[in-house]
Design a protein around this ligand. Structure first.
Ligand SMILES: Cc1cc2nc3c(=O)[nH]c(=O)nc-3n(C[C@H](O)[C@H](O)[C@H](O)COP(=O)(O)OP(=O)(O)OC[C@H]3O[C@@H](n4cnc5c(N)ncnc54)[C@H](O)[C@@H]3O)c2cc1C
Length: 472
């Protein structure tokens, strides 16, 4: 397969493979007429399988159908991506949101990460508002949607199904174009190296979405990495969260909301619903019973897990299997305690708990000395609350903008920070902050016809305030 395939050659091969194209349609005539149940083959248009050339697997060059054209493309429908899409859409620009799974919320729903912290500064004053606060307000009016709202220093705990519902409702009512079950696999980059969209795989095959600005909210920086942006690859603790039922007999000794791996050695405040994780290793859940949730008699069970490479499918697979086995054993162990005989495993999270994988090399990298010293930034876009031993701190817009590649912004847990700061900026409320700012910045790029690095910071801050964000 030494030369590129022409469209004519592509057609010839497809016809030879049994398909004929209807005029103006990518659907083979045979597939329109065929009843798949009758067992006829329906080769997919334009698809030429990979082949083996000189012992190497080679994928032929091919033209991709354009699924959609948009102004702002958001890849990833987690806390950062949904906040980005919703905030951008409110500026009246055309927004498309793409998510690889069949629901929105990312780790906050599919990962069963139910504790929402850090929301407060050292004096227990809330410092994160904006679109995240709006989402929590919507959860608040639902029965069993959220507990422990406005009870600082206790952090709120949400219900995953309620949050899926709230996000579906907000996105459906917003006018955003959404594609679920659609996995971003590549960036589209023009001759000057600027990002022009992304390539997706779904049951419809491999398709392109063209965009003026892309927001990478995949958590793993999949799109900015594919576009050639510089990043740091990191390993982090990978856990698997679960929910257990019938736990009303259990003593729910719980700590202050913390993902600190050493949390178990620190004094506890005994407050329920604050999301303290179980200790480290795969098989080390050890009868841990978790923290309360909005659902009655149901606890969520956080897990730190061992360090792993979230960009290595073998690592992910091994951990998924071991964690699910360990969680089942943990519940069996719990049941052996007197009074816990009826405890059962309600569910393990559909998706594994990856904390950090790629950290962008941005125009500005946020560092530990800066957050410890309370650094102030001219391009502040919001705050993180106080967490573990760190005080509340400002987040600069530059941490969302890649140092080199144009037309792409990062939001959520893959922004530009050093590892220790990333361990805080990855938390849900902070992802709401960076998501909302990325969405508004992308919308400003469209309105002002500029690149993300040239966005007017004054305008961005003004818009953030108008959308209820706290900038100090
Ligand atoms: C075990 C664990 C416990 C945690 N505990 C807490 C806690 O108690 N409190 C707290 O606030 N935070 C906690 N966190 C952190 C928090 O849940 C996440 O860091 C946060 O959800 C990150 O938001 P995000 O939007 O950046 O990424 P994610 O939530 O990971 O969302 C990214 C979305 O993008 C989608 N996606 C990924 N790749 C692609 C692709 N290529 N194409 C299309 N879609 C894609 C994913 O399916 C997902 O929906 C915890 C995390 C873990 C792993």
């Amino acid at each position: 397969m030494s030369k590129d395939l022409t469209r004519r050659e592509l057609m010839r091969r497809s016809i030879a493979a049994g398909g004929l194209y209807a005029a103006g349609s990518l659907m083979p005539v045979s597939s329109m007429l065929a009843n798949p149940a009758a067992g006829q083959s329906t080769p997919q248009a334009g698809r030429i399988p990979a082949t083996i050339v000189d012992g190497k697997v080679v994928q032929p060059r091919r033209e991709l159908p354009v699924l959609h054209k948009t102004s702002v493309l958001v890849v990833g429908g987690g806390p950062a991506g949904t906040a980005a899409a919703l905030s951008a859409k409110r500026l009246g620009v055309d927004v498309t949101l793409v998510e690889r799974y069949g629901y929105l919320g990312g780790l906050a729903t599919g990962g069963l990460v139910l504790g929402i912290f850090p929301l407060y500064d050292r004096n227990n004053k809330q410092v994160i508002f904006g679109i995240g606060e709006e989402m929590m307000k919507k959860l608040d009016v639902l029965k069993f949607g959220i507990i422990d709202r406005n009870k600082a220093p206790i952090y709120p705990t949400i219900d995953a199904e309620a949050f899926k519902y709230v996000l579906a409702d907000m996105v459906l009512d917003s006018g955003i174009t959404a594609y679920l079950d659609c996995w971003g696999v590549d960036a589209i980059v023009d001759a000057k190296g600027a990002v022009r969209g992304a390539v997706f795989e779904s049951k419809s095959g491999r398709q392109a979405i063209l965009a003026d600005v892309v927001i990478d909210a995949s958590g793993d920086g999949d799109i900015y990495a594919a576009a050639g942006a510089a990043f740091e690859k990191v390993k982090s603790n990978i856990g698997l969260i679960s929910r257990i039922g019938n736990i009303d007999e259990i003593d729910m000794a719980a700590g202050r909301g913390s993902e600190d791996p050493d949390a178990a050695n620190k004094p506890l405040t005994g407050k329920p619903g604050s999301g303290r994780p179980s200790r480290g290793r795969v098989s080390d859940l050890n009868g841990h019973a978790g923290n309360s949730t909005p659902a009655l008699h149901v606890n969520w069970l956080n897990m730190v897990g061992p360090m792993g490479d979230a960009l290595d499918v073998a690592d992910l697979t091994a951990l998924e299997l071991k964690h699910r086995r360990a969680t089942w054993s943990n519940v069996e162990k719990l049941r052996q305690k007197k009074g816990n005989e009826q405890v059962y495993l309600a569910e393990t999270a559909p998706q594994i708990g990856v904390r950090l994988s790629r950290l962008l090399e941005g125009v500005k990298k946020l560092t530990v000395p800066e957050i410890r010293s309370g650094a102030k930034f001219k391009d502040v876009i919001g705050y993180s609350g106080a967490y573990a031993n760190a005080p509340e701190f400002q987040i600069p817009y530059g941490s969302l903008v890649p140092s080199k590649v144009e037309n792409v912004l990062a939001a959520g847990r893959c922004i530009s920070t050093d590892f220790e700061v990333g361990d805080i900026t990855r938390l849900i409320p902070v992802c709401w902050v960076t998501g909302q700012a990325a969405g508004l910045a992308a919308a400003l790029c469209i309105q002002d016809k500029c690149k993300p690095r040239n966005v007017s910071v004054a305008k961005l801050q003004n818009l953030l305030r108008q959308q209820g964000a706290y900038l100090g």
